[in-house]
Ligand binder design. Structure first.
Ligand SMILES: Nc1ncnc2c1ncn2[C@@H]1O[C@H](COP(=O)(O)OP(=O)(O)O)[C@@H](O)[C@H]1O
Ligand SMILES: [Mg+2]
Length: 261
């Protein structure tokens, strides 16, 4: 179980962006972390993986534990060793290296013998990557680059995989493929924390969902309940009224709606 309790994060000593976030990711589950741009989703992931400091961020309060052991003091290399893998937003692959070189880089912490079996596993999950293993990653399509980024994270054999908006900017058909892959990865035993703005996709495969607004968790419910929630439907599932998309968050949207009626 990965557990975050009452987490506060400050950037550049002054900007408080997480204001007491609590969430938990049980072993074996897919948990969705949803919310509009700027809500703090990426910051939660950075806090888990020890990447806050390179962004001039710092945990000022709260704890992050993995199976009861604190991990909020670990640096990025140690969180990988603890079993946490991450695919950052914007699929940061090494564009001038080949697909296979990218995957091997992902395995740099693994024992030598494990690299080949890791490659086999990734190529089985992503036949496209196998076909293109000698190609320069920068020439792949957006969807293939996302697969390469996910494959690279899997090379370290994480127990927990954190995905930051894997569907961003991809065509609906490719989003479906990524969605199915996340399900496959989870079925093979990897726990997933899925950050998405595409609530539809995320809630269709998650067991539990958290919705964040401006640094706080405002909803914390089973995914099935969130899928049926009227506000979530209206605001996040694309069933909202015309023009509502310009509102910052559900609270703001509801206030406007009351005011207009
Ligand atoms: N390195 C940084 N320095 C200062 N502010 C930041 C930094 N990174 C993110 N922020 C701010 O923190 C808030 C949350 O950002 P982020 O975690 O990226 O949200 P999300 O991933 O939900 O879009 C935003 O207001 C963003 O501008
Ligand atoms: Mg983000």
């Amino acid at each position: 179980m990965l557990t975050i309790e009452n987490l506060e994060v400050v950037y550049e000593d002054v900007i408080l962006v997480l204001k007491g976030v609590s969430l938990s990711v049980p072993e074996g589950s897919i948990v969705a972390l949803l919310g509009a741009n700027g809500a703090g989703k990426t910051t939660v992931l950075r806090a888990i993986t020890g990447l806050l400091d390179i962004h001039r961020g710092e945990i000022t309060k709260g704890t992050i534990t993995l199976d009861g052991k604190p991990i909020h003091d670990l640096d990025a290399t140690k969180t990988v060793a603890a079993g946490i893998g991450q695919v950052m937003e914007g699929r940061r692959i090494f564009t001038e290296f080949t697909v296979e070189e990218n995957l091997r880089i992902g395995a740099h912490t693994a024992a030598r013998g494990k690299v080949e079996s890791g490659l086999d596993r990734v190529y089985e999950l992503f036949p496209r990557l196998k076909e293109r293993r000698k190609q320069i990653a920068g020439y792949l399509s957006g969807g293939e680059q996302q697969m390469c980024a996910i494959g690279r994270a899997l090379m370290a054999e994480p127990r927990y995989l954190l995905l930051d908006e894997p569907s961003l900017g991809l065509a609906p058909l490719i989003v479906q493929q990524i969605r199915d892959l996340v399900v496959d990865i989870n079925k093979q035993g990897t726990t997933v924390l899925l950050v998405e703005q595409n609530a539809n996709m995320a809630l269709s495969i998650a067991t539990h969902g958290y919705i964040m607004e401006t640094g706080k968790v405002v909803m914390d419910k089973p995914a099935a309940v969130l899928r049926e929630d009227e506000d979530v439907k209206e605001f996040y599932l694309g069933l909202r009224e015309e023009g509502a998309g310009s509102f910052r968050d559900v609270k703001h949207y509801k206030r406007r709606k009351r005011w207009l009626s």
